[in-house]
Design a protein around this ligand. Structure first.
Ligand code: ZN
Length: 367
């Protein structure tokens, strides 16, 4: 069966005001930030399916191992990393044992799952993605006078990053005040330069040590239609743009700055993988004329984009699948789905999507 699906909007402060309301074709009269739209079974934002004449919890009827999202990043998000599966099971059990409520401010492991993430850019997109090499970190220190006192620490990645994260706030203030003074005198419009994002972050978060990561992580630009994958332990932060994101069904996040949310530095340092990251931008591969697949190593999900113009796409499902119409309108059997609407399909179904012009995100479990 094919069921209409209704997701959940998350109004996080960093979200944009227009993109998601336009997509969902809803008003945003109160100018709320529409940061994320969730399609999945996570208890923090569980989707509903239309079944037997009423909207019912999808989670009541189906297991869905992935969480599909639309993100609109207006302002810099927290620097973060996610646990691997073993760490998530252990961390969750420990916090349950301590009796920390699952929605408490200082709760880190909100579930016992890992959270590999794949993002597909719908617009120009910028993010921080993994550590630069020590060589590039040193080059960055050399060309940034405010960082001169960091030079003697820049030998090994783990001790260098540990130093940045554990440094007294007074020392952080000293370095970042100098950096801010250097930047404030310059006109900076290049989004591929860390100064641009540092300037924005000073305005939002003040002398926040997360600003170091803007310089020592890879600053990556992703073109619309390209994707990037983030595995466990890889530190990252989204900076600006719109995207489709898919992940294992989890909300476990270690934070490392640029956030008013809870930060546990020692826990973060225990779980980050200290390794130089080679940036691997993923170009989708065409499955057939209408479907391009975004390959990733994740076992919980597979994302593809359907572009259907005056044609029909036949689909056979092998797992639970979620779809969201990004552009245009799609006809699925006898149901019609406008831009922003979603549907859920059971395993072992055969059906056809027809459209005059539609772009649709499709999420499933790899075979
Ligand atoms: Zn993340």
């Amino acid at each position: 069966m094919i069921y209409p699906l209704k997701g959940v909007v998350q109004n996080y402060a960093w979200g944009g005001y227009d993109f998601i309301p336009n997509l969902l074709q809803v008003e945003n009269e109160e100018q709320q930030p529409f940061a994320e739209y969730w399609l999945g079974v996570h208890p923090k934002g569980a989707a509903k399916m239309y079944k037997d004449g009423s909207w019912q919890e999808l989670a009541k009827h189906y297991q869905v191992p992935f969480l599909l999202k639309i993100l609109d990043v207006r302002s810099v998000l927290s620097i973060q990393a996610h646990p691997n599966k073993t760490e998530a099971i252990a961390g969750f059990a420990k916090e349950e044992e301590k009796g920390i409520p699952r929605d408490a401010f200082n709760r880190v492991f909100r579930d016992d799952n890992h959270k590999p993430e794949l993002m597909y850019a719908l617009s120009d997109f910028w993010l921080l993605h993994g550590f630069k090499s020590m060589k590039d970190i040193n080059a960055c220190i050399d060309e940034t006078p405010a960082f001169s006192s960091l030079k003697s620490h820049a030998v090994y990645l783990s001790s260098f990053y540990g130093h940045l994260m554990r440094m007294d706030q007074s020392k952080v203030d000293e370095i970042l005040t100098q950096l801010k003074n250097e930047i404030d005198q310059q006109e900076i419009t290049d989004k591929n330069h860390p100064h641009y994002w540092a300037k924005k972050s000073f305005e939002l978060y003040g002398l926040d040590r997360g600003i170091f990561s803007i310089y020592f992580f890879n600053l990556v630009y992703v073109k619309p239609g390209q994707a990037i994958y983030q595995k466990a332990g890889l530190p990252h932060a989204y900076l600006e743009g719109q995207q489709v994101e898919i992940m294992a069904n989890s909300d476990n996040v270690f934070r490392a700055g640029l956030t008013p949310k809870h930060m546990d530095v020692e826990l973060l340092l225990d779980h980050i993988v200290f390794k130089e990251t080679q940036v691997n931008i993923i170009e989708p591969t065409m499955e057939d004329d209408l479907e391009s697949l975004i390959k990733s190593p994740a076992k919980e999900f597979e994302l593809s984009i359907l572009t259907i113009n005056h044609s029909n796409k036949s689909i056979q499902t092998h797992s639970e699948e979620c779809y969201i119409v990004l552009e245009g309108e799609a006809q699925v059997e006898d149901q019609s789905f406008a831009k922003g609407s979603s549907f859920f399909v059971e395993p072992n179904q055969e059906f056809t999507i027809k459209a005059k012009a539609a772009k649709i995100a499709r999420a499933k479990v790899p075979q």
